[in-house]
Design a protein around this ligand. Structure first.
Ligand SMILES: Nc1ncnc2c1ncn2[C@@H]1O[C@H](COP(=O)(O)OP(=O)(O)OP(=O)(O)O)[C@@H](O)[C@H]1O
Ligand SMILES: Nc1ccn([C@H]2C[C@H](O)[C@@H](COP(=O)(O)O)O2)c(=O)n1
Length: 439
């Protein structure tokens, strides 16, 4: 039964292009499978040409939540259970330019002489969602075959590794829509609904969404979003703006989701990002209400959700990000748009100094950001590529007072507002009036 299932999965994969993130500084290694022997290119020789044991495994399932969780579990297991002699690379099998065609997995290169990797793979293969291949060499050629712990897969045919041209779009960009970034509320809502059995907190989050959603926005005061990597000064600035504009300060995710955040942060992107996406819709409902009374400042919103999600989903280099202008950078049609989005930027050195000075606990993602320069660059680049509205970049390296003045100036110009930091307190609340122009 297990073998039959594996053979079926194998058939589904064979016609795809395989990509292995062998060296994160360059393009992935791409190959297809062919029934006739093919000579390997020099680049492919680096991975397939040695005498190490090679395996790949791919995660299939008709249930997207099961697939996402199995992938995350395998990633964890491989990182803790394999020996130091094993290299694990992210891998995928996909159909070029076909959305949602990516089957994610891993490629394992085992330099050891022990059977530890086989033992680990044997347990992983028990899962009905996992399909394992091994790679064998003969002279110039390398072939892939369905792996079984006892090597008795008689029906498995040799499929020769055949170097393939680089894909125009990095494969990881093919599955972003509704797996990492949600472009309408329903898509995110559905993911959490599918999780209610395995994550009971999902029910409570959905209940909050149902209770709080309200999308009224009439002749309102302006809404200004402040974005940026952690420790770029968002909290400092948003609190100062609340004072100077006599504004309401909101955050995304909103306070009502705080008790659930840690729970969802430990879930794979499919589920974690759905949680943050729904947080934006609740914040949008709060914005709708509050902006009838006063200007609204928002600490993180859609730009953060999309930029972190895209940067996490896309492996390797900044060049792998979806190209500027891609539909992946578009604002969701059903999400309330702010009038102005400002992106605070500081140099990596200054940001690290601020992080160290603050010395607070960091989320895993923030800790990763600190050590992972590539990831930081991708988040910032993704921020800058998001459209409608695009963000305006603010150099946040001067003193808090100078940053505030700079931002007040921008708000005055872009929102046609009078900012009142220099006015006495009693005049402030009347200095900003609701606008009648389109936002
Ligand atoms: N303009 C500035 N110059 C120097 N230090 C600053 C400036 N703005 C903020 N800081 C300091 O940098 C640290 C991080 O600032 P803050 O908490 O405002 O950043 P943040 O973007 O809100 O971070 P996070 O997203 O992690 O909450 C704090 O210790 C703060 O006092
Ligand atoms: N609207 C939001 C807000 C936050 N996130 C994610 C992105 C990071 O992982 C993390 C940073 O938040 P902070 O620690 O500064 O509160 O939260 C998001 O995806 N969408």
């Amino acid at each position: 039964m297990m073998l039959k299932r594996a053979m079926f999965r194998c058939g589904q994969l064979c016609s795809r292009v395989f990509a292995v993130e062998f060296d994160l500084r360059t393009e992935p290694l791409y190959f297809t499978l062919s029934s006739t022997p093919q000579e390997l290119h020099q680049a492919h020789q680096q991975l397939f040409g040695g005498d190490e044991k090679l395996f790949s495994l791919h995660v299939h399932s008709d249930s997207r939540t099961e697939k996402a969780r199995t992938h995350a579990e395998i990633k964890h297991k491989l990182s803790v259970a394999l020996s130091r002699d094993c290299d694990v690379f992210e891998a995928s099998a996909f159909i070029p330019d076909v959305k949602n065609s990516v089957v994610k997995g891993f490629f394992i290169r085992d330099k050891s002489t022990t059977s530890l990797s086989e033992d680990v793979l044997k347990t992983l293969q028990q899962s009905k969602s996992v399909c394992v291949f091994s790679y064998k060499r003969e002279g110039q050629y390398c072939w892939q075959e369905l792996w079984s712990p006892v090597n008795q897969v008689e029906e498995s045919v040799r499929q020769y590794v055949t170097p393939a041209a680089a894909a125009e779009r990095h494969p990881s960009t093919l599955n972003i829509t509704s797996s990492d970034v949600y472009y309408c509320m329903n898509d995110a809502y559905e993911v959490l609904r599918e999780c209610t059995d395995i994550i009971p907190e999902s029910k409570e989050v959905l209940k909050l969404v149902n209770e709080q959603l309200e999308t009224s926005r009439g002749d309102a005061f302006p809404v200004i979003v402040i974005e940026g990597l952690d420790a770029t000064g968002k909290t400092t600035l948003t609190e100062a703006l609340r004072e100077s504009l006599n504004a309401t300060l909101l955050k995304s995710p909103p306070q009502c989701l705080a008790p659930f955040r840690q729970r969802f942060d430990s879930e794979p992107p499919l589920i974690r990002r759905a949680f943050y996406a729904l947080g934006n819709y609740i914040t949008a409902a709060h914005i709708g209400k509050e902006s009838l009374r006063a200007p609204v400042i928002v600490d993180r919103y859609w730009h953060s959700t999309a930029a972190y999600a895209i940067a996490t989903a896309v492996g390797g280099r900044v060049e792998n990000l979806p190209k500027p202008g891609s539909e992946l950078y578009q604002w969701p049609e059903d999400l309330l748009q702010p009038n102005l989005v400002l992106l605070l930027t500081v140099s990596p050195e200054e940001r690290l100094r601020r992080l160290r000075d603050r010395g607070q606990d960091k989320t895993v993602e923030e800790a990763e950001l600190e050590i992972n320069q590539l990831f930081r660059l991708k988040v910032e680049e993704a921020y800058k590529r998001i459209q409608n509205p695009a963000c305006i970049i603010v150099d946040a390296s001067p003193s808090p007072r100078e940053v505030l003045q700079q931002v007040e100036h921008l708000i005055r110009n872009k929102c046609h507002l009078k900012t009142t930091s220099s006015l006495p307190d009693e005049t402030r609340s009347h200095a900003i009036s609701p606008h009648t122009t389109r936002w």
